[in-house]
Design a protein around this ligand. Structure first.
Ligand code: GLC
Length: 714
């Protein structure tokens, strides 16, 4: 008999429900309910899983109680939100997405897994795969931006990175694809609000990243808190049981979000914990995180005949199998037995610095304000995010300490050793006090350049952080206006650096700063990454993974919208437009400048007809007509102008990078399979439809910047 079947035979109901329970240990607070000491429950086997522990010592201590003191010795599964690093933080996911490099996305997850496993952890609650087109929603910071293909590529990269080739390895973590699904389009961009979208949008936009995670072998999935079209995800039988386990054949572990099963009562679909537990178990949710619904509700549900012991055993079996795959039975102390070598930690920091720099997205650079090369004699650094190390971590900072990161000010002092640097905050992140602005901007007078470090506090994005006015908080714009006015009087360039978990609505700054960098939250090596870009040691490589609106009223604004029967025509008022703002975003998806200047020419296709089984090769010549070496990200889109249903104005099909010295020309080759052009017809059936399709390449989702060629699907 297998170990698992043997255990199942010997387990009491309380021990079985213990394996279906995950409780927070209190080392980090990530939800509204705080757990106390779980030691006794671990000893009596009524808690089988923990979250929010940090450190190999404490983890092994809890593991020892479970393995050596409980009746059956079943090891604990212990997880943490390792979203973009553990102790060494990489840029927040939205910022890392801006790098547009799946190999990098995988590598940072691999490094995070190594660091977290060395701390004894066996599971992360990542990757977060929620496609978001609404910057009001704070969790846009945690995800892959607005595009589904990017979500798919991110899913694959992160699952491979966290889990590695062998989930039982001492440096592997079980990944958790979350939040399944369609959490991004919460009503009004308001956190935890209901979601109401079409079946088409669900299938075309929000499901593919999770399908990719399943194909990549993800061990666990977390349903979203949200109600999708009237059914809370935590009890969503059609999507959890029928789609994930049925259609996709996925047999991994479903772990509820924090107290989400208990919250079915507030959703108004369960009268009490017994009913809530029943609904989730019927949907196949295996682990109850923090609601105590399975522990306290299922025994009664069982007595009432609402659930069966077989249904419970099925979930227990999946949890025990996961622990077995992770090697926890064979060696529960495998993770955290060996401390990492100093060299590994140093290399990880170097990677964080490199990825941090490459995530920085240069939105504007007038008159060559950047790079600051040769280094200026004197720099004036203003703003509340200049000397704010803790904020550089972003909203999900895991095991990183507040003073771990390198602040911008520290990075500039290190990166510009021969430059005099003066600094003043000038205004706080989000209060109304303007009294510091006058003295602060006086420091501009003797400077060769002014750096404004502006933006959000880290906790103004992430979970429970929707903003109805996603602008520069507080009096930061007043600081910027005063500084730019003062500096302009002397012809001194002003570079604004934005630190945020979302695009900020910055119409005035966009017209008046000489240069603007979106730094997102760059993580542990923030200051060095910023200095490397400002000094020109690294050409900013970031491309915005989400359309940057001119005005909040445009939201949701994204490049893949459908055409409308009255597409905007400036000469015709009766077309799709606003009276008070243009339709297009301030910066389109994929926008980002570098220190080169790229032009495109000679787009060519290997064929002008394409069957579903064919693959077309696409080539384009790219020239760097700038003065400095730089890397260009070339995007490949298609546009299907006539089809049986309306089709998006652009669809991303891929991207490639090319690094060119000044004055050099290179060729970018990409391929497109006919099968990738399938779409859902009026009946939501996948079809490959004969007809013309445009193939377009260029630097971003701005039609005016794209080269196009026609292809006939046959
Ligand atoms: C939080 C989040 C989820 C996280 C979990 C554990 O509420 O919604 O993303 O993984 O609880 O911290």
């Amino acid at each position: 008999m297998s170990r698992i079947e043997d255990l199942l035979e010997r387990m009491t109901l309380a021990e079985k429900l213990g394996q279906l329970t995950m409780t927070a240990s209190g080392y980090a607070v990530t939800g509204p309910v705080i757990a106390g000491d779980s030691t006794e429950s671990i000893r009596d086997g009524t808690i089988g899983n923990l979250l929010n522990m940090i450190g190999a010592g404490p983890v092994h201590e809890m593991q020892r109680i479970a393995v050596e003191q409980s009746r059956l010795g079943i090891p604990l599964l212990i997880g943490l939100d390792i979203i973009h690093g553990h102790r060494t933080l990489f840029p927040i996911p939205l910022g890392e997405t801006a790098v547009f490099d799946p190999a990098t996305w995988e590598r940072t997850a691999r490094e995070a897994a190594r660091e977290a496993a060395a701390d004894g952890l066996a599971m992360t609650f990542a990757p977060m795969l929620d496609v978001s087109r609404d910057l009001r929603w704070g969790r846009t910071a945690e995800g892959p931006g607005e595009d589904t293909l990017i979500g798919v590529l991110m899913a694959h990269a992160k699952v491979r990175g966290f889990q590695g080739d062998d989930p039982s390895a001492p440096d592997a973590l079980a990944a958790c694809a979350k939040h399944f699904c369609a959490y991004g389009p919460v009503m009004g961009g308001r956190e935890y609000a209901a979601v109401d979208i079409s079946e088409r949008t669900l299938r075309e936009v929000h499901l593919p990243p999770f399908e990719a995670a399943v194909k990549a072998g993800v061990e666990t999935i977390m349903p979203a808190f949200t109600d999708l079209n009237g059914i809370p995800m935590t009890m969503h039988i059609p999507l959890l049981r029928d789609y994930l386990r049925g259609d996709l054949g996925w047999d991994g572990v479903l772990v509820s979000d924090y107290n989400a099963i208990g919250e079915l009562i507030k959703h108004g679909v369960a009268a009490d914990l017994v009913e809530a537990a029943t609904l989730s178990l019927k949907a196949g949710v295996d682990i109850d995180m923090m609601a105590g619904a399975y522990r306290h509700g299922l025994p009664i549900a069982l007595e009432r005949g609402l659930v069966t012991i077989d249904e419970i055993d099925t979930c227990v079996r999946r949890v025990l199998r996961l622990k077995e795959r992770l090697g926890l039975f064979d060696d529960p102390y495998r993770r955290g037995r060996k401390a990492e070598k100093a060299d590994a930690i140093r290399q990880r920091r170097e990677l964080a610095r490199d990825v941090g720099a490459r995530s920085i997205t240069m939105l504007r650079n007038q008159n060559g304000a950047l790079p600051l090369d040769p280094p200026p004699r004197r720099l004036c650094v203003l703003g509340p995010l200049a000397d704010a190390a803790a904020e550089m971590r972003g909203p999900w900072f895991a095991a990183s300490e507040p003073d771990d990161p390198v602040s911008v000010l520290a990075g500039l002092r290190d990166g510009f050793p021969g430059t005099g640097i003066v600094h003043a905050t000038g205004a706080a992140i989000d209060d109304t006090d303007e009294t510091g602005i006058g003295d602060a901007v006086a420091l501009c007078d003797d400077a060769d350049a002014v750096i404004l470090c502006l933006g959000e506090r880290a906790n103004m994005s992430g979970e429970a952080a929707s903003r109805a006015y996603p602008e520069l908080p507080g009096r930061q714009e007043a600081l910027a206006r005063a500084a730019i006015a003062r500096a302009r009087a002397r012809g001194t360039p002003v570079i604004a650096i934005l630190f945020s978990g979302r695009p900020l609505v910055i119409p005035w700054l966009a017209d008046n700063a000489d240069a603007i960098l979106a730094a997102w939250f760059p993580g542990s090596q923030a200051g060095h990454a910023v200095a490397d870009v400002l000094a020109g040691r690294v050409s900013p490589g970031g491309r915005t993974p989400i359309s940057w609106p001119r005005a909040l009223g445009q939201v949701p604004v994204f490049y893949g919208q459908r055409p409308s029967g009255r597409p905007m025509d400036p000469k015709d008022p009766y077309t799709s437009r606003y009276l008070d703002v243009a339709n297009d975003p301030l910066y389109p998806f994929g926008h980002g400048l570098g220190y080169g200047r790229f032009t495109y020419a000679n787009l060519r296709l290997s064929t002008d007809t394409l069957r579903e089984c064919d693959v077309v090769q696409i080539g384009v010549d790219v020239s760097n007509e700038g003065e400095r070496e730089a890397e260009e990200t070339v995007f490949l889109f298609t546009r299907d102008k006539v089809a049986c249903v309306t089709r998006p104005l652009l669809e991303l099909r891929g991207f490639a990078k090319i690094r060119l010295d000044a004055g050099r020309t290179g060729t970018v080759e990409m391929s497109l399979a006919g099968s990738e052009l399938r779409f859902l017809d009026a009946g939501l059936r996948g079809v490959f439809e004969p007809g013309d399709v445009e193939v377009l390449v260029g630097p971003c989702a701005d039609r005016a910047q794209l080269l196009g060629a026609s292809l006939r699907q046959i």
